[in-house]
Write a protein that binds this ligand. Sequence first.
Ligand SMILES: [Zn+2]
Ligand SMILES: [Zn+2]
Length: 181
Amino acid sequence: MTDTPAETLYCANHPQVETSLRCNRCGKPICARCALRTPVGYRCRECVRTQQQVFETAVWLDYVIAAVVTAPLAGLGAFLLSNLGFFMFFLAPVAGGVIAEIVRVAVRRRRGRYLSLVAVGAFVLGCLPLLLLPVLLAAFSLFAGRGEGILSSLVRSLFPLIYTVLGASTLYARLRGISVG
Ligand SMILES: [Zn+2]
Ligand SMILES: [Zn+2]
């Protein structure tokens, strides 16, 4: 913001409104109604919009690609790692990191505000069959009157659940960089 109290400025969008504010990027006089407060000072709408476009480079297809790439890989990871017992605790974050790299390359390193959220949603979706299967099996054993199967089924469902939480949070952390904007 450049302060020039000596001269009277008029807003570029509202010629009858007096102001002492200027956009700190293009220097255009703007009134309080037109000024947008940004972390770096007051700016006009046009400058803020231009800058958002620089950050947002992803097209709608990138969101589809991110989801289509993530869901099956997350499901495959859940299937492979859930049987590894406690090794899964170390390998689930690795899987999340690898999937994040693949997504990054698949969208050609374009940036999108919601890309990481879409990827995390697809990750959970991809794990859903393995998350639900033990629950269904437990419900089935209960229905069949074989109560002893329930506990082992529920314990088995914990591994896909932990995999999902660890993998999805790593994926989100790694992709957060491409969501900034
Ligand atoms: Zn401006
Ligand atoms: Zn104005």
